[in-house]
Design a protein around this ligand. Structure first.
Ligand code: M6R
Length: 619
C-alpha cells in the first residue's frame, strides 16, 4: 500500500528519506512527498513540504527545481490512492490548519465523513479530498491546545475508526517524531544517535539493522537516542526488538533490469533457504515455529486455506498435497470472500493463511474471523513479525528474503515449499505416511533448488518466445491437477505485468466453454503433467491436440524426454523430471520469465505495474 518513513538524527533528513522511499516504492507509486522541519529550535521553525503526483522521480525533479532547506528531521511518503485521486493536492504529507503539524498515513479512516463535517463546521478549510488531512488537522488542534505530540496522537487515534498507521512531526517540538500503528506495518530503526520509523526495514537497513516491531494499536515516540511505546490509551507498552539478518544487497537489483527478474533468478537459493533446518537430529521433519501441539494437529479434521492472488494459487497446490498425503479434506478460499459466506468452522478446523507480506487486509480479517470461531490459525508468511503471523497460533516462515517486485515470484515458490512441508508434517503427526515415505519426499524436495536452477537455463528460449508474441493481445493457459493452479498463476503474471487478456483454465474444462476463445494464432500455454501420471498426461496431450486443431499456437511445458508433445506443440519448453505434486515448482518459472520479458518488450514498468501495490492493506 503506501510507504511511510520518518527520520530524526544528524544526517540530511531529505537524503535519508528519499533513499528510504526509493527502497519502498514497490508499496505504492501514485504520488510521493517529503516534509522537513525548517529552522528547528528557532522561533520561526516551520514545516517545509514538497509533494508531487506520480513516481518518486517526479518528486526528486521538483526538489531539484525548488530545493528543501537543510534539516535533520522529517518524514516522507509514497501513496497508493484510496481517498481522492492521485494528484499533487492529495499527495502526502498533509498539514494541520496552521502548518505546524505534518502527517503521513497508510490506511483508510472509516469515520471520515463525520470528522470532515465536524472540522468544516468549526471553520477548517480542507485542501485535499483525503481522509489523512483530517487527522493532520485533529492532531494540530490537540498540540495547539497544549498536548505534547505523543498525547495528541493517542487522543486522535482514540477518535478514529478503520485502519491507520501514521507518522507525524510538530515543527515546534523538533526532537521527536511520533507514529501510530493500527493494521498496516510500522517498524522502528534504532541507530547510533538516529532513529527511524518506516513501513519496512528496507527503508533504513543501510543505516541500522537493529529494529523494533510495533504491535497493534500502539503509539511510538522516537527521539535521536530513545524510543518509547504506549497503547492508544496511553498505557505503557513494549515493541519486539529484532535484528535484521539480510543486508542491503538483498534490497538492490544486483545488475538486473528489474527486481522481478533478479527475484526469479534467486529462486533456487530461496527454495533452498526455505528448506534449511527442517530436519531434526534423527532426520525427521521438524517445524520450529509450529506452536500447535501434535495432539491439536491430530484433532484437525478439516483444513481451510485462505489467501489472495498468487498466494491463493499456492493454496490450491497445497490442497492436492495435503489431501493426497494426509487424507484430510481441504477447502481453498479467497480471503476476500471467506468471512462473508458464514463458513462452518470449529476447534477441529485448521485455517491456513498464506501471505507473502503478512499484511494483506483481506487475509488478516479472515483469520480474525476464524479465531472468533475457535479455529486454530497457521500462517505461511515471508515477512518476519508482520501482522498475520503475529495474530496466528502458529507460523511457517518462508525464507525468500525481501520480495520487492510487485509481482510475486520467489514468494510463490517458497510458499509452495512451506505448503509441502506442512502437508508432510501433518502426515508425520497423523501417521498417514510412513517415516521412510516422508523422507523420500523430503529428499525430492531437497533436490528442487537444482531443478529450479535447471529450468532457469531455458530463460533465453522463453525470452525469444516472448518477443515473438509481443503483438498478441490474448493468451490462454491450461493445466490439470497441480498444473491447473500453475496455469492460473501464469495468466495472473501476464495480466498484472503486461496488461493483456490472459486466462487460465483447468484443461478438462476447455471443452465446456472456454474452447470458444480459441481462434487462429492464439497462444495457449499447456502445463503437461509428468509421464508417470499417464492418465493425466495423456488427457492433457489430447487437450493440446484439440486446441491446436482449432488454430491455437501451443506452447507445451513438458518434462525432459516427453516426445509425445512434440507433434502437437509449436514450441516445447523443457522441465526437469520431478514428481507430479512438486511440478509447480518448476513449471511456474518459465511463465514468470515469459511475463517479465513480454512486459519489458512492451516498454512497461515490470516492478511497479499500474494500479497495483505490493501489499494490499485495505479491504
Ligand atoms: O502478500 P500477499 O501474499 O498476501 O499478497 C497477496 C496478493 O496481493 C499477491 O499475491 C498479488 O496477487 C501479487 N501481485 C501477485 O503477483
Amino acid at each position: 500500500m503506501c510507504a511511510i518513513v520518518g527520520y530524526l538524527g544528524a544526517k540530511s533528513a531529505q537524503e535519508v528519506i528519499v533513499e528510504g522511499l526509493r527502497r519502498m516504492e514497490y508499496r505504492g507509486y501514485d504520488s510521493a512527498g517529503v516534509a522537513l522541519v525548517d529552522g528547528a529550535g528557532t522561533e520561526s521553525a516551520a514545516v517545509a513540504v514538497r509533494k508531487k503526483a506520480g513516481k518518486l522521480g517526479n518528486l526528486e525533479k521538483l526538489i531539484d527545481e525548488d530545493p528543501l532547506p537543510p534539516s535533520t528531521i522529517g518524514l516522507g511518503h509514497t501513496r497508493w490512492a484510496t481517498h481522492g485521486a492521485p494528484n499533487d493536492r492529495n499527495a502526502h504529507p498533509h498539514l494541520g490548519a496552521h502548518g505546524r503539524v505534518a502527517l503521513i498515513h497508510n490506511g483508510i479512516i472509516e469515520n471520515f465523513a463525520e470528522l470532515r463535517a465536524e472540522l468544516e463546521d468549526a471553520g477548517h478549510v480542507l485542501l485535499s479530498e483525503t481522509d489523512t488531512e483530517l487527522a493532520a488537522h485533529l492532531l494540530e488542534l490537540e498540540v495547539e491546545s497544549g498536548a505534547d505530540l505523543t498525547t495528541a496522537m493517542q487522543r486522535v487515534c482514540g477518535r478514529l475508526d478503520g485502519a491507520f498507521t501514521f507518522v507525524a512531526l510538530d515543527a515546534r517540538d523538533p526532537d521527536r517524531i511520533v507514529g501510530a500503528r493500527r493494521n498496516s506495518p510500522l517498524v522502528v530503526g534504532l541507530g547510533e544517535g538516529e532513529s527511524f520509523l518506516a513501513s519496512d526495514v528496507a527503508a533504513f537497513i543501510e543505516h541500522t539493522r537493529e529494529a523494533l516491531e510495533l504491535g497493534q494499536d500502539q503509539v511510538v515516540t522516537i527521539t535521536r537516542d530513545s524510543v518509547s511505546v504506549t497503547g492508544f490509551d496511553g498505557s505503557p507498552a513494549e515493541g519486539n526488538r529484532f535484528h535484521v539478518d539480510w543486508d542491503l544487497s538483498a534490497a538492490e537489483k544486483d545488475g538486473h533490469d528489474w527486481f522481478m527478474r533478479k527475484e526469479i533468478f534467486e529462486q533456487p537459493r530461496a527454495v533452498a533457504d526455505s528448506l534449511l533446518g527442517r530436519r531434526g537430529a534423527d532426520g525427521a521433519l521438524q517445524l520450529d515455529e509450529m506452536r500447535l501441539s501434535d495432539q491439536e494437529l491430530r484433532d484437525v479434521d478439516k483444513i481451510i486455506i485462505i489467501a489472495a492472488g498468487t498466494s491463493f494459487y499456492a493454496g490450491m497446490v497445497a490442497k492436492y498435497a495435503v489431501e493426497h498425503w494426509c487424507r484430510v479434506p481441504v477447502e481453498v478460499e479467497l480471503a476476500s470472500e471467506f468471512r462473508y459466506r458464514d463458513p462452518i468452522l470449529d476447534y477441529s478446523t485448521l485455517v491456513v493463511a498464506i501471505s507473502q507480506s503478512g499484511e494483506t487486509a483481506d487475509t488478516l480479517q479472515a483469520i480474525r474471523h476464524a479465531r472468533t470461531q475457535r479455529s486454530k490459525v497457521l500462517a505461511i508468511c515471508n515477512t518476519n513479525g508482520s501482522t498475520i503471523p503475529r495474530e496466528s497460533d502458529a507460523v511457517i516462515y518462508t525464507h525468500a528474503g525481501p520480495e520487492i517486485g510487485v509481482a510475486s515470484t520467489k514468494g510463490f515458490l517458497t510458499q509452495l515449499v512451506a505448503c509441502y512441508l506442512l502437508a508432510l508434517y501433518l502426515a508425520q503427526v497423523k501417521g498417514t505416511k510412513y517415516g521412510d515415505e516422508i523422507d523420500q519426499v523430503l529428499c525430492q524436495l531437497e533436490a528442487m533448488p537444482e531443478a529450479v536452477a535447471e529450468v532457469l537455463g531455458s530463460a533465453e528460449q522463453v525470452y525469444a518466445l516472448a518477443r515473438s508474441y509481443a503483438e498478441r493481445r490474448s493468451f490462454l493457459f491450461v493445466g490439470r491437477h497441480a498444473g491447473y493452479p500453475v496455469a492460473l498463476e501464469g495468466a495472473l503474471k501476464l495480466k498484472e505485468l503486461a496488461y493483456l487478456h490472459a486466462e487460465g483454465f483447468a484443461a478438462g474444462e476447455l471443452k465446456h466453454g472456454p474452447i470458444a476463445l480459441v481462434e487462429d494464432g492464439v497462444p495457449v500455454f499447456c502445463v503437461v503433467p509428468p509421464r508417470d501420471r499417464d492418465f493425466l498426461h495423456d488427457k492433457m496431450v489430447s487437450g493440446i491436440m484439440e486446441v491446436r486443431a482449432r488454430g491455437a499456437r501451443t506452447i507445451a511445458l513438458a518434462e525432459v524426454g516427453d516426445t509425445s508433445v512434440e507433434s502437437c506443440s509449436d514450441e516445447v519448453v523443457r522441465l526437469p523430471r520431478v514428481p507430479v505434486l512438486l511440478q509447480p515448482l518448476v513449471a511456474a518459472v518459465p511463465l514468470q520469465l515469459f511475463a517479465c520479458e513480454l512486459a519489458t518488450v512492451l516498454g512497461l514498468d515490470v516492478d511497479q505495474p499500474r494500479n497495483l501495490a505490493k501489499s494490499v492493506t485495505v479491504e
